[in-house]
Write a protein of this length. Structure first.
Lengths: 401, 401
């Protein structure tokens, strides 16, 4: 029987985790101070919209209701019935998984880890070569449809101190099997053309489709590992912050727009993860040169309609309960950001669309630009980006036709 | 409230359906005689393995059990624990859908249509141009991951006279909403390299992965149509035979190996379908020249280990209850075929692997060969195929390494 342990750390646990992960913190540039506190999932914006009277509003309710069949189209192209219908349909597989535990207060994939549908095989396959096992796991992740895969070690600082019971909207223990020491992080690329129509309900289909993909893919990969005889817990936004894990696994760097920027897709990805006891060799992240570019680029901050993104250098300060404490980084004003989402009845990712790293990387121009942007000649890439014809948003009607 | 109607046809219904579909029967070369009978799903091999004592055996039970976590690896490469683990994990999403109605005897996607998870939107989007609507539906199907899409009209001759209650393994009414007049057929391409390892438990991952894909994709597309205000029922192997529908929708032609051969992937596809009331323009199938090649080629029949495939020209006769009555076509000996599956504890598709149309169509050779094979110079393609170095099965261990 699997032994489950709560993920809440004491102050001395936090110190120990910092010590254990000092070298990898350095490698990826995590800047964690003494005022660090684990993040309580009760404080994420989506959860606060249910219990925090300062967030909850007719707009936030209309936002959540718009994901159901009786949505009311808003106005203008990209917000018609077929745009909402497409967005909502794209979420379907993720919805089926996240709704099935509703009666138990388990919103799987969001406020609770995904429940395992298969048993762990009674016989453990012998792992003779952990490096080879990591190669094999990555091959299988890609077979199931993951676009990028990295592997890192568990670092409980990034696990929620508490998760949310979605029946009562109260904090409960965030538990994981004791023997899960590794994290497999997968990136799922969003459709370029749909992203190009942000902000619109239509564009939200790029988000929903990837949630449906990531649910399927991380559940299948976890089932595979369980078939090898090892513990594996499939996870989407639940259980832990995926951003530090994606960075630690070497998949990308943290950008001004609050997203992980990958060399392959820029910020145009979503992430899922698996906590596992399978012996695996960890990836060693290296500097990709992306965040240095972000220091000088403020395209996302300028393009943000509610002005929720910061212009300066990373800081530790934010009074919002939705910002993790004691980590020096770029932090959005989550209240302004989500307030805008609620108003337009769909997710906004203009900051993803306008990011200079959001490219297809099929043309030689894009590839040369990336090489420049991540090199010590990044100023040239900034100038090139400033001089090129501004990329316009793809009009939703043009997407349809 | 949706009006559901049983799909069982009377003799005069059958005559009327034949009359209505005479021209499309001619177009696709369906040869349906007066002795035609609708197929009762109780008679498919997988169902018979549960109730027909002449089929049920320790091997068939071990076959079905091998899809659970306590599978017992068989012997030899391709049948190890990790091969079974991969195959079984690949089925996961399809399994979740097909298992959720177990208590009600509804094996969704196999012996019952997939239950809708979303309501039909109260407002019907106005369809002004059915041709354009068909283009749009195909675009959305591909966005969700379908590899090929075709649209045809409902022809109830291919609907099961009865479906199977999987709790009691008895025949029950096979019902569909009365207003569904169109069928959207989608093809889902199987992984070339995995297929190249048939027969093996590993190769079965190519089947399972596509069942998981098709479940997700046809459910999402059906949800989209419901969001437009129209009825849409997602369907995999349930409700109706998909092969005649795939052919009628113009996606391919029927081959000696009992599969639909598509120009894009040969037989390396699986199909799903959606029954819908959405007004759609139907595709008009045209001769692809593939089945003429099959007349002269017997590669699949020669390669079949239990010798279950026919060598001659299409015939109407087969005594097996698992063969539809009154259709002139190539028919396998299903008992021999499934007996072999049960013995090796996994699906066999050697006949798919060795089919000359099973190619990637990335090299100019493949493309020229296909042009020849589907032209009046097909004999040259037969000679070319006979002269080229025999393609060997990919060894499962080579797939892993």
């Amino acid at each position: 029987m699997t032994k489950m342990v709560p993920q809440l750390l004491t102050e001395s646990d936090i110190k120990n985790q910092r010590k254990d992960h000092l070298s990898s913190d350095d490698l990826v540039g995590f800047n964690v101070s003494n005022s660090f506190r684990q993040f309580n999932q009760m404080n994420d914006m989506f959860t606060r919209a249910y219990w925090d009277e300062s967030i909850k509003s007719p707009d936030t309710e209309a936002f959540f209701n718009s994901y159901r069949a009786d949505f009311i189209p808003r106005r203008g192209e990209g917000f018609n019935q077929k745009d909402f219908a497409l967005r909502n349909a794209s979420w379907l597989i993720s919805d089926i998984i996240s709704n099935r535990g509703g009666e138990k207060g388990l919103r799987e994939g969001f406020q609770a880890a995904i429940e395992s549908d298969t048993e762990i095989a009674p016989n453990k396959v012998l792992i003779e070569d952990v490096a080879n096992q990591s190669i094999e796991i990555k091959k299988i992740a890609k077979l199931f449809g993951a676009d990028l895969v990295g592997i890192t070690s568990v670092d409980k600082r990034w696990h929620y101190s508490h998760r949310v019971d979605t029946k009562t909207f109260s904090a409960v223990d965030n538990e994981l099997p004791a023997d899960c020491n590794s994290v497999i992080v997968m990136a799922h690329a969003m459709d370029y053309d749909l992203v190009d129509t942000y902000p619109s309900a239509l564009a939200g289909a790029s988000t929903g489709r990837e949630y449906s993909h990531e649910a399927s893919i991380c559940m299948q990969l976890a089932a595979y590992i369980r078939g090898l005889g090892y513990e594996a817990i499939a996870s989407m936004n639940d259980t832990a912050l995926v951003i530090p894990y994606a960075i630690k696994a070497g998949l990308g760097e943290y950008g001004r727009n609050q997203m992980v920027l990958t060399p392959e897709y820029g910020p145009r990805v979503r992430f899922s993860k698996i906590f596992t006891s399978l012996p695996l060799k960890k990836d060693v992240p290296k500097s990709l040169g992306i965040k240095e570019y972000c220091n000088d680029c403020t395209k996302c901050a300028k393009a943000c309609p509610p002005k929720a993104l910061p212009f300066g250098l990373p800081t530790e300060g934010s009074e919002s309960p939705s910002t993790i404490k004691g980590v020096k980084k770029w932090s959005a004003n989550c209240e302004k950001c989500f307030g805008y989402w609620a108003k337009i009845r769909t997710d906004c990712a203009i900051c993803m669309r306008v990011c200079p790293f959001n490219r297809k990387y099929k043309s030689p121009y894009d590839i040369v630009w990336r090489w420049l942007a991540t090199s010590r000649f990044r100023k040239l890439a900034l100038i090139w980006e400033a001089k090129r014809k501004p990329r316009k948003r793809l009009k939703p009607n043009d997407w349809w036709n």
